[in-house]
Design a protein around this ligand. Structure first.
Ligand SMILES: NC(=O)c1ccc[n+]([C@@H]2O[C@H](COP(=O)([O-])OP(=O)(O)OC[C@H]3O[C@@H](n4cnc5c(N)ncnc54)[C@H](OP(=O)(O)O)[C@@H]3O)[C@@H](O)[C@H]2O)c1
Length: 286
């Protein structure tokens, strides 16, 4: 069984490595809020700029567009990493397997590179059953890598303790004002890759004065400073950008390095009230 994510083309984006040795791009494109029929053109612009990874979910209502974008972009399937997620309403062992098949059908693919449980929804009490279904999907080779999103230490402890299988990645809210130091330390101890959703704080982090000052000092843009800060920490980023200019600007964050002083300044921007998304224990949208 081939469990390797494809990605034969590795020149354009830098990579991280999951604990089992699977390489994964440190930067991908998030496609939330891009309309289904607009996704193929956005993906083409991204691929031309060097992107090789795309992050979607059934709840973004654009998996069909992502599948079409993949087939229209001129690259082989093996050269692109597609992430999609299990939506909350589909949790539970059997329902997760059905939801995965629905995502595969919408995308028009026969495997997913990275499949995530979107939110834990602890009140439902089904995320452990869903995790067991993801383990099966990976054993069958239909999900090349499996992980979670918005899981706290307690949720991670439970799935790892009950199954012995550690998620490859946890996709969490992470940006300059919400840096998740405790969760990142847990990830490091367990060999889980951290992935940042809303890495630019939905744009709100871009005019933060320490960020703009670092950017001005090294003749880079604020978005490049934030993305480079994260990728230098081996954190996977999936900024959403709808223009070709923003896409190119963001991937050009790999051709410079932030010095220790800039990294330390970025670390100090964390704020206890910096979270803008919901607390993972409280998010129950179905
Ligand atoms: N797992 C989860 O629960 C979860 C939750 C939220 C998001 N996500 C994922 O994370 C991805 C990104 O999150 P997000 O869209 O909320 O926030 P984000 O990536 O932090 O910010 C996107 C905003 O930044 C702007 N932007 C991007 N590049 C820029 C640049 N170079 N200069 C200036 N502005 C720039 C975009 O504008 P333009 O569109 O005009 O380029 C957009 O308004 C989503 O697409 C999704 O895949 C996951």
């Amino acid at each position: 069984m081939n469990t390797q994510i494809g990605l034969r083309e590795r020149r354009m984006t830098m990579m991280t490595t999951f604990a089992d040795g699977i390489p994964f791009p440190l930067l991908g494109m998030g496609v939330m809020k891009i309309a289904d029929d607009a996704v193929p053109a956005a993906m083409l612009a991204a691929v031309s700029a060097g992107y090789r990874a795309f992050d979607t979910a059934p709840v973004y209502a654009n998996e069909i567009g992502v599948g079409n974008g993949m087939r229209d972009c001129g690259l082989e399937r093996a050269d692109i990493a597609i992430t999609t997620k299990l939506w909350n309403a589909r949790q539970g062992y059997d329902e997760t397997l059905r939801a995965f098949d629905d995502s595969l059908a919408a995308l028009g693919l026969d495997y997913i590179d990275l499949y995530l449980i979107h939110w834990p929804v602890p009140k439902l009490g089904r995320y452990l059953d869903s995790w067991r279904a993801l383990i099966r999907l990976q054993e069958e080779g239909r999900a090349r890598a499996i992980g979670v999103s918005n899981f706290t230490v307690a949720h991670l402890d439970r799935i790892i303790g009950e199954t012995g299988v550690v998620p490859a990645i946890n996709q969490i809210e992470l940006h300059p004002r919400w840096q998740q130091p405790e969760l990142r330390a847990y990830h490091e101890r367990h060999g889980i890759v951290t992935q940042a959703w809303s890495p630019l704080g939905r744009g709100s982090a871009l005019d933060n004065p320490p960020v703009t000052e670092i950017a001005a000092a090294i003749n880079r843009s604020p978005s490049q400073v934030i993305l480079r800060w994260l990728t230098q920490l081996d954190i996977v980023v999936i900024p959403k950008a709808s223009s070709a200019g923003h896409l190119r600007e963001n991937i050009a964050s790999f051709d410079f390095t932030l010095d220790d002083q800039a990294m330390a300044t970025m670390a100090k921007l964390h704020a206890e009230d910096g979270r803008f998304g919901p607390h993972p224990d409280a998010f129950e949208m179905m």
